[in-house]
Design a protein around this ligand. Structure first.
Ligand code: ATP
Length: 320
């Protein structure tokens, strides 16, 4: 049956939410609760997911992936049931909304799946905002952020956008005022890495070295300073990602991608979050465009982006 059957009168709220790059990511030791504390600088970048939430007469939540998605999703595993983060976001909103109806969520995927850029988290953030509008739930941004944190550590940041320092599990966010833009090239891989496995690999590497990681409590102030000044050269010297070596251990090809990016003129490169997307820092928008083009000549999937950009935003609200 068509997911939208029996939908009248229906309304569609469309929201876009950005993916992120962790400009720095310090990871603490494995905690007794199985998680790791982090200290990270998040940057929202101009690669957006979109969620169109349409009210349906039939109760329940359905999810589909839009044919407009720019990713090659052949063989990519995106659950369409309650394991989808957008589904779970809608279910949590329904629990707190007096006027919840059935809803169909159509997701336009642009952020690489299982790429370390928080694509699923962006879908969840977009869904929270869309359902809030669709059902006139009237939640404040703070209330939405609370629900977001229950969905996953990266969801609150996609809601917030911009630049932020994340502590704790990454969900204790302090926005940083950054007006200057930095320009990046993202190189997507044709495979994904499971975030928990990357963390486990880091623990294993550290154990083997007898390395006792410290609890991270703050980020390197030089990172925020360089971002504020839009000083890509200074920033290139302080990029850090503790997970990078674990990602490379699991996917050694990443070393070549980083090396190729730097050989073709990137100021520096790092694996984004748990990877395998690689973020290459460049001097200017023009440098990012030409680096992306050069990388495409080598058969890589590369796109220029900039950051910071806004968090989740409603882009249309239509009565059907
Ligand atoms: P993070 O960096 O937050 O760990 P990620 O960007 O590496 O996330 P996602 O694209 O968010 O990874 O998805 C990771 C896994 O979550 C996927 O392999 C998929 O099985 C599942 N998943 C759940 N909901 C979604 C969604 N809306 N879009 C994509 N994958 C989803």
């Amino acid at each position: 049956m068509n997911a939208l059957a029996g939908r009248f009168p229906a309304r569609t709220v469309r929201v876009k939410a950005p993916g992120k790059v962790n400009v720095s990511l310090d990871v603490g030791p494995l905690r007794p609760d199985g998680y790791h504390s982090v200290a990270s600088v998040y940057l929202a970048v101009s690669l957006y997911e979109e969620v169109a939430a349409t009210s349906t007469q039939t109760p329940g939540i359905t999810v589909s992936i839009s044919p407009e998605s720019t990713l090659d999703l052949d063989g990519v595993d995106i659950p369409l049931d309650e394991n989808n983060l957008a589904y779970r976001a809608a279910a949590m909103m329904a629990d707190v909304s007096e006027h919840a109806t059935g809803v169909h969520l159509e997701i336009t995927k642009r952020v690489p799946v299982a790429g370390g850029m928080g694509g699923g988290s962006a879908d969840a953030a977009a869904t929270l905002l869309a359902c809030d509008a669709l059902w006139n739930s009237g939640l404040s941004r703070d209330e939405l952020a609370h629900i977001a944190a229950d969905l996953g550590a990266d969801v609150p940041f996609s809601l917030l956008g911009g630049t932020a320092v994340g502590l704790g599990l990454g969900d204790e966010l302090s926005p940083a005022l950054v007006k200057a833009q930095t320009d990046w090239v993202l190189v997507a891989a044709d495979y994904g890495l499971a975030t928990p496995e990357v963390f486990r690999t880091l623990d294993r590497l550290r154990d083997a070295e007898g390395h006792e990681a410290a609890e991270p409590t703050a980020v390197d102030p030089r990172i925020l300073q360089a971002l504020r000044g839009g000083d890509a050269v200074a920033l290139s010297k302080v990029l850090v990602n503790d997970l990078q070596r674990a990602s490379i251990e699991l996917a050694p090809k990443l070393r070549h991608t980083l090396g190729r990016g730097e050989a073709l003129g990137a100021l520096a490169g790092l694996v984004s979050g748990s990877g395998p997307t690689v973020a290459l820092l460049t001097r200017s928008p023009a440098a990012a465009d030409s680096l992306a083009e050069d990388l495409r000549h080598y058969g890589l999937t590369a796109f220029p982006v900039h950051g910071p950009v806004h968090g989740a935003r409603i882009i249309s609200d239509t009565l059907l």
